[in-house]
Design a binder for this molecule. Structure first.
Ligand SMILES: NC(=O)c1ccc[n+]([C@@H]2O[C@H](COP(=O)([O-])OP(=O)(O)OC[C@H]3O[C@@H](n4cnc5c(N)ncnc54)[C@H](O)[C@@H]3O)[C@@H](O)[C@H]2O)c1
Length: 499
């Protein structure tokens, strides 16, 4: 691996106890200062402390120690941030609440006032994000150890490859985002023989890159083939080729391949491993993560499926270069949805027309994974990911999955959701962004608004007669489970035909 593995993060993240034999710069400092950090702070102030800290941290980073844990504030030094470029940097997340619980009552000099502590946490998060090669969620005691082989693999992966450690009730797995990594053999990317599932467009472009494929299965491309018939084709071919439990499926393609191959993996012999290798914007920013798999029925979208977390996701942004422009645009709708959910810097960049690069892919993946970590099975928070999808899915169903790409239908669904949110100005802004991306902002006049409204009642989140909606007060302020009057819904869909 390149340099040391350097653990960064806010106080209380558990850096010094994350692995055995961590070189802890706070402990080194206290040795050198011959007093506690709190006493030094009290006697000489923060500025003097930071100068001493910088020299100790720079020395630790030159020491060749396999694992170094940095004090939470040491990234304030530009020299330290520059020195980190030679190393693999893992950011251990911790919420402000947990950090406070761990720090309060101790002798940490910056943990005496709760509001100042929370503000400091918010101020430092972007600093950690800017230097991180790997993003780890709030750590349980064994987490960094379990992620270690994936972390070490970053050192040998193409420059710029990032790792997000995904964790939810159903399991944990590495997510790699980078360029030129589709064929790489990375930790988590499956045991035994690889059974590739791809579609007729993606296979000829990328299947040959997938090293170690034992057998490749090609399905017809497109939403209209996300069916039980295609699933049966895959199940039967896996059976004929003798796939067993020690082997794994590799889903190489867009959301259709990912959902379908994931569903086949969830059900074949009651469950085998699947590695997701997403190749569309939709799949790289959204569908490859979180373990929802399934197929459509003619009656309704995504009606048969299973939760089945992947054993790894490898998102190679280079594969997007061959994506047809219309598919690229369709992906932008999911990016916009994610940015509306996340708010903050992701919304700022996306709403200013930032390029759809690996940073946007990474931030969308992190946003989705955070939501899934809190609620894997749609019991609550995960429903926010459905923003724009209630009307979007209804449009797809009513038009038999042929008239609109998934992302295009979501674009229209977002506009309806923003009208229902009474967020007229934001709707206007989103409409302009969608139009600039050459996405539809107007529903085909041949599609009856009443039929779309009727199809929303098939939404899987319906409880009794109520279809809960996701509404947006402002970017980053999204609410799920909201009631919407049927005449308001009809008006919002009818407006789509008129605008
Ligand atoms: N599971 C989830 O959480 C989730 C989330 C969002 C969307 N989805 C699902 O994702 C599906 C939509 O996915 P999609 O938009 O990726 O569609 P898709 O998989 O149909 O791909 C779009 C088209 O692009 C082609 N293609 C894919 N990668 C390519 C590449 N790199 N170069 C050239 N062509 C390429 C495909 O062959 C296809 O023709 C929908 O079924 C939707 O329900 C699932």
């Amino acid at each position: 691996m390149a340099g040391s593995l350097v653990l960064v993060g806010f106080m209380g993240a558990g850096k010094s106890s994350a692995l055995p034999d961590v070189l802890d710069t706070d402990a080194l400092l206290e040795d050198q200062l011959q007093m506690s950090i709190a006493s030094f702070f009290a006697a000489y102030g923060e500025a003097k402390f930071r100068r001493r800290e910088e020299s100790v941290v720079l020395r630790a980073l030159r020491s060749g120690a396999p694992v170094v844990a940095l004090g939470g504030g040491s990234l304030g030094s530009q020299a330290v941030r520059e020195a980190l470029r030679e190393h693999t940097v893992a950011w251990l997340g911790v919420s402000a609440e947990t950090a406070w619980e761990r720090a309060v009552g101790g002798d940490r000099p910056l943990a005496s006032d709760r509001d100042a502590f929370t503000a400091l946490h918010a101020e430092r998060e972007p600093v950690y994000a800017a230097v991180a090669d790997a993003f780890l969620p709030e750590a349980d005691p064994g987490l960094v150890q379990r992620a270690l082989s994936a972390l070490r693999a970053l050192g040998g992966a193409p420059a710029g490859t990032k790792l997000v450690w995904a964790r939810s009730a159903g399991g944990e797995y590495p997510v790699y985002v980078g360029r030129g990594i589709a064929g790489s053999v990375l930790p988590g990317a499956g045991d035994g023989r690889a059974f590739l599932v791809t579609d007729e467009h993606v296979g000829p472009l990328y299947a040959a890159r997938m090293r170690g494929t034992h057998h490749a299965i090609t399905i017809a491309a497109g939403e209209e083939h996300k069916t039980l018939q295609s699933a049966e084709q895959v199940w039967r071919e896996l059976a004929r080729e003798g796939m067993g439990h020690g082997d794994h499926v590799v889903a190489l393609g867009g959301g259709v391949v990912g959902d379908l191959a994931g569903f086949c993996a969830a059900t074949y012999q009651r469950g085998v491993a699947v590695v997701q290798v997403p190749t569309t914007v939709v799949a790289q920013v959204d569908s490859a993560y979180g373990g929802k798999t399934g197929v459509d029925l003619p009656e309704a979208k995504n009606y048969v499926g299973a939760y089945h977390q992947p054993s790894a996701v490898i998102a190679d942004v280079d594969t997007l270069t061959t994506l047809p422009p219309a598919e690229h645009a369709a992906g932008f709708a999911e990016v916009l949805k994610t940015a509306l959910i996340a708010g903050g810097s992701l919304w700022e960049r996306v709403s200013c027309g930032a390029a759809l690069d690996e940073r946007v892919v990474l931030d969308c993946a992190r946003t989705k994974l955070e939501v899934v970590a809190a609620d894997e099975r749609d019991g609550g928070l995960r429903q926010v990911l459905n923003l724009g999808h209630t009307v979007g899915h209804a449009i797809e169903t009513v038009t038999a999955y042929r008239r609109y790409r998934h992302g295009e239908a979501v674009a229209l669904g977002l506009l309806a959701a923003l009208r229902l949110s009474d967020a007229g100005e934001l709707r206007e802004q989103v409409s302009e962004l969608l139009a600039a991306a050459e996405l539809p902002t107007r529903l085909d006049g041949a599609v009856a608004a009443e039929a779309v409204v009727a199809a929303t009642r098939l939404d899987k989140k319906r409880r009794g007669d109520e279809v809960p909606f996701v509404l947006v007060a402002a970017p980053g302020d999204v609410r799920f489970g909201e009631r919407v009057a049927s005449d308001a819904l009809l008006a919002a869909v009818t407006e789509l035909r008129a605008t």
